[in-house]
Design a protein around this ligand. Structure first.
Ligand SMILES: *Cc1c(COP(=O)(O)O)cnc(C)c1O
Length: 407
């Protein structure tokens, strides 16, 4: 190990604090210092390369260092990195809001920017609840969410989450939440819950943090019909599923569902910059127009020009490439290769979102061995996540599966 690497590790051990991490264990480890990326590859400070098999926690789409996205960021950085969206507009945010709404013409017509998946959810939840208060539905103060859901870590977003190990210490803080486990459960809710709920929030098609668990086919469509019938908003958390992972640009398009709120983040900038967007309907927007109806929400970096420039370039790369058309084929290829590996137990997959189970208690070990073999991913308990950048080639899939076969 070079002295430089050693000093970065020492500084991290002494001063940094990592997310979702047992620091007592971390301090004893030698973390990789990642310093460069190219396509599906990440390079550490010692020059060793690793295949980024979970797209740097579900963010990367077109590979690291995509020339078009990098050029857009560089060009924007030289012109203007940031100006306030409070009181001013900017060219890139204007273009991006228009481009995102164009995916759902006349249906989702308004785009509210924020910074992360969690904040995209905060915006949707607050909009739904405040809309109810100022549009004659004052009794609707609750939110319905699903067991084992994950919607982010800010207080409001985590209060609609259903992963019990993440809720210790503040599980009761935040919103008034009713939890259900299925569409059948939802239909069986007491009338009083249904009449006082403002929104249902769900990760469409597949729950990510819940060990990559797909919903039954048609569930989303059924949920949309139920929420319409009951006058409850549907919030779709597409923070993970958005931007091609499921084979369509957005997961809801697989069941031709349009929500009342669509939350986007992670892949929005192709995995380059923190930026989020919450899309909603004109009717919701209308309910906030006028004195006393303002949506009092915003962050310092709302509508950040660098992020918006990156997101526009991300969408252009989709348009110019065949990447979306190949998602299902690549996903099916990985799945079929996984079936040949004996330690792979159950496999769950939607598009290029793949989770497979390994023997109980071995998830961490398997990922450690994969790291030694040049593949980076993280387990969720004993589920190994394979969610590579969409641009992964067949040769790179071979490399990934070969590494998996020998751990
Ligand atoms: C990652 C994720 C979030 C939270 O996004 P952050 O950018 O980490 O705040 C919310 N919902 C889903 C489904 C996610 O996968």
């Amino acid at each position: 190990m070079t002295d430089q690497t050693a000093s970065w590790i020492a500084a991290d051990r002494r001063h940094a604090w990592h997310p979702f991490t047992d620091q007592a264990e971390w301090e004893k480890s030698d973390p990789l210092i990642l310093t460069r990326g190219e396509g599906v590859w990440l390079f550490d400070s010692e020059g060793k390369r690793y295949l980024d098999a979970n797209s740097s926690i579900w963010t990367n789409i077109h590979g690291h260092g995509n020339p078009k996205i990098v050029a857009a960021i560089q060009e924007q950085a030289a012109r203007l990195c940031h100006s306030s969206f409070l009181g001013f507009a900017n060219d890139k945010a204007s273009e991006l809001a228009e481009r995102l709404c164009a995916f759902f013409p006349n249906q989702l017509t308004r785009c509210f920017f924020s910074d992360d998946g969690s904040t995209a959810l905060e915006v949707a939840l607050k909009m739904s609840l405040q809309w109810a208060q100022q549009n004659g539905r004052e009794e609707r103060t609750g939110v319905i969410a699903f067991d084992h859901a994950y919607h982010g870590d800010t207080l409001g977003a985590s209060s609609v989450g259903g992963v019990s190990r993440f809720m210790k210490g503040y599980g009761e803080a935040g919103l008034s939440v009713y939890r259900v486990s299925s569409l059948e459960d939802l239909r069986a809710l007491p009338e009083i819950v249904i009449k006082t709920a403002s929104a249902v929030v769900i990760e469409p098609l597949i729950q990510g943090v819940n060990q990559m668990r797909p919903w039954p086919k048609g569930m989303l469509d059924g949920l949309r019909a139920w929420t319409e019938e009951k006058g409850i908003h549907l919030i779709l958390d597409e923070v993970m599923t958005g931007f091609g992972r499921t084979g369509k640009m957005f997961a809801c398009q697989n069941e031709e569902v349009v929500p009342d709120f669509l939350c986007l983040a992670k892949g929005l900038t192709g995995g380059t910059m923190p930026l989020a967007a919450t899309l909603t309907r004109e009717e919701i927007y209308e309910g906030f127009r006028g004195p006393e109806k303002t949506f009092y929400y915003g962050h310092s970096y709302t509508g950040n020009a660098l992020g918006c420039a990156a997101a526009l370039a991300n969408l252009e790369v989709f348009e110019e490439s065949q990447v979306l058309e190949e998602v299902e084929r690549k996903g099916a290829l990985i799945e079929s290769r996984l079936r040949e590996i004996s330690k792979v137990l159950e496999i769950r997959r939607v598009g290029l979102v793949i989770g497979f189970d390994v023997a109980q208690g071995t998830g961490k070990e398997v990922c450690q061995a994969l790291k030694n073999g040049g593949v980076l991913t993280r387990p969720i308990l004993d589920t190994i996540v394979i969610m590579p950048p969409l641009v992964i080639s067949e040769e790179e899939i071979d490399y990934l599966l070969d590494a998996l076969a020998v751990v």
